[in-house]
Design a protein around this ligand. Structure first.
Ligand SMILES: [Zn+2]
Length: 191
C-alpha cells in the first residue's frame, strides 16, 4: 500500500486513515507535550486476522459471547489512536489531540500514566509471531508523519512491554525493532 501523502491534519487525524470514532478517550492534561510513541499488538481471537473484532472492541460493540476468550473483555473500555491491519490499512479511532486508552498502568522515565503524553499504535498480530511487510511500511510512514509534527517522540519509541513490564508482553518477540527504526530514521525511505 503506497503511503505517499500521509499527513496529520490540525484536528489530530491522519488524512488517509480509515476513521472510526471510539468513545473511549478523554482530554489530555493541560499543557501536555506529546513525547512518547507506544507500539502494541492485538488480535481477536489471538492469531485470527480475518475479522473486524478489534474494531468492534474499540467501539464497545464486540459481542463477547461469540468466543470464550472474549469473556475477560466484557467491560473493558479501551482504544488506541491507530490500528494497523495485516494488509497495512491504517485505522484511526481517536484524535491525536485526545488521550486514548491504550497503555493502562504504565511508567516511562519516571513519568506514570503514559496515556497522558503518548500516542498508541496497535498492530494486528500476536506477541509471539511476526508482522507483515505492509505493516512495517505503514507503521514507518505513520511514525515519520507523527515525529515530523511531534519531534519529542524521536528517541522515545517503545513497546507496551517496556512501560508495563510485569503486565504486558506486546508487541513481543516478533516485532523487528531494528527494521522499524531503520525505516523510520532513514531519510531516503519515503514510502
Ligand atoms: Zn498493548
Amino acid at each position: 500500500m503506497a503511503m505517499t501523502g500521509l499527513k496529520l491534519t490540525a484536528d489530530g487525524w491522519i488524512n488517509i486513515a480509515t476513521k472510526y470514532h471510539s468513545p473511549n478517550y478523554n482530554d489530555r492534561p493541560e499543557n501536555t507535550t506529546i513525547s512518547l510513541l507506544v507500539i502494541h499488538c492485538i488480535s481477536l481471537p489471538e492469531g485470527c486476522y480475518d475479522n473486524d473484532n478489534v474494531e468492534y472492541f474499540f467501539l464497545n460493540k464486540l459481542d463477547c459471547s461469540q468466543n470464550s476468550s472474549f469473556q475477560t473483555l466484557q467491560n473493558m473500555r479501551v482504544s488506541s489512536h491507530f490500528y494497523i491491519k495485516r494488509d497495512g490499512e491504517i485505522l484511526q479511532f481517536v484524535s491525536i489531540n485526545k488521550r486514548a486508552w491504550h497503555a493502562g498502568l504504565s511508567e516511562y522515565k519516571g513519568q506514570t500514566n503514559c496515556n497522558d503524553f503518548s500516542i498508541g499504535i496497535e498492530l494486528q498480530g500476536t506477541d509471539k509471531t511476526s508482522f507483515t511487510d505492509e505493516q512495517y511500511q505503514s507503521i514507518a510512514s505513520l511514525s515519520k508523519a507523527l515525529i515530523y509534527v511531534y519531534p519529542q517522540i524521536k528517541g522515545n519509541v517503545v513497546g507496551h512491554q517496556d512501560i508495563a513490564p510485569n503486565r504486558k508482553t506486546d508487541p513481543g518477540v516478533g516485532f523487528d525493532w531494528r527494521r522499524f527504526m531503520t525505516s523510520v530514521l532513514d531519510p531516503e525511505n519515503d514510502n
